[in-house]
Design a binder for this molecule. Structure first.
Ligand code: SF4
Length: 328
């Protein structure tokens, strides 16, 4: 099998929990950390769309930022095209990766024209002015924005959908190997969401881009992705082929997420019951145990490993998981 384009091994990201204040931190002596991403293993194959789904605060965006090399992990290893990402090569690796953010108004510099915004990633590649101009025009055309009309407009003069098209043009203009899309349609109106989603699918088909598509919306994941990874409280709890996971979710959290999606037969939403746990002091054992209807004693004591069979991996004691060895 081909080497995955992105491989994360035991990736961790802990943030200092400042919201409790410096005094509390001092009294406790030991600083408090938010365990935003904890020992995550993840592979993304060349040319695929992997959807990373989960509730808000589950660590999806943090993973996306680490894989886009915009955030340094606290621990673990990251490989890009088979090469370990290190401080000495991270700038070179970053040239092959792009990220599209949720809110284009915040991610696009309002002082720049559309042409300048889209051209920016090309400046690091040392291309001639003519080549840059040609590539910008091609990228704008590919996202459905006529260059002669949009080149000199500013982001504030555009609609939300047009702004996100500009952000996508900026992401594809350097022909990156890997694009992280962080909730790229969730700030848009429903009709515009569908247009931008279809545009992303068309670009993927036409140019063979590899996407990590981050979303809290499981219907969007089902529509766009080849594979899906479900995240809960800083951990991947299930991953696999999108059809298998969506038609027969194994993990109780994936089952609860799918029940929250309205269908023809079931109009009411049934969000997972209970609170999302604190990531400063995550629950022991399986992090989903305080909300799980199938909780057993072992779930409270020991963390299950993410184990695979038939193309689907799941971290749950119901499936005979083995214990995760803790090095804490
Ligand atoms: Fe529920 Fe236990 Fe499985 Fe966690 S390991 S999801 S608590 S059954």
């Amino acid at each position: 099998m081909d080497e995955p384009i992105v491989r994360a091994v035991k990736l961790r990201k802990y943030f200092l929990a400042t919201k409790h204040g410096i005094l509390e931190t001092l009294f406790r002596r030991k600083p408090l950390y938010v365990h935003a991403v904890d020992d995550v293993d993840l592979e993304i194959r060349r040319g695929e769309i992997l959807a990373l789904v989960g509730e808000s605060g589950s660590g999806k965006t943090t993973i996306g930022r680490i894989l886009a090399t915009l955030e340094k992990p606290t621990g673990g290893e990251l490989y890009f095209e088979g090469e370990r990402v290190t401080p000495s090569n991270v700038k070179q690796v970053r040239k092959r990766i792009q990220m599209v953010f949720q809110n284009p108004m915040e991610s696009l510099d309002p002082r720049m024209s559309v042409r300048q915004v889209v051209e920016e990633p090309l400046r690091a590649l040392g291309l001639s002015g003519d080549e840059r101009r040609r590539r910008v025009e091609d990228a704008l055309t590919a996202v459905g924005l006529e260059p002669s009309i949009f080149n000199y407009r500013r982001p504030r003069d555009l609609s939300g959908g047009q702004r996100q098209r500009v952000a996508v043009a900026r992401a594809i203009v350097s022909n990156p190997k890997f694009i992280v899309l962080d909730e790229p349609t969730s700030a848009l109106d429903a009709s515009v969401q569908a247009q931008v989603l279809n545009l992303l699918v068309e670009l993927h088909r036409a140019y063979g881009f590899t996407y990590l598509f981050i979303t809290h919306n499981i219907s969007v994941a089902r529509y766009i992705a080849d594979r899906v990874a479900v995240m809960y409280a800083g951990k991947i709890v299930e991953s696999g082929d999108v059809r298998s996971v969506m038609s027969e979710p194994r993990h109780p959290y994936s089952q609860a997420l799918l029940k929250s999606v309205p269908t023809v037969e079931r109009r009411g939403l049934e969000p997972p019951t209970g609170e999302v746990p604190s990531l400063i002091a995550p629950p022991s054992g399986c992090r989903f145990h305080p909300r799980c209807p199938y909780v057993m004693d072992v779930c409270r004591r020991e963390e299950p490993a993410l184990l695979g069979a038939d193309g689907v991996s799941v971290a749950c004691w119901l499936y005979g998981a083995k214990r995760v060895e803790s090095d804490a």
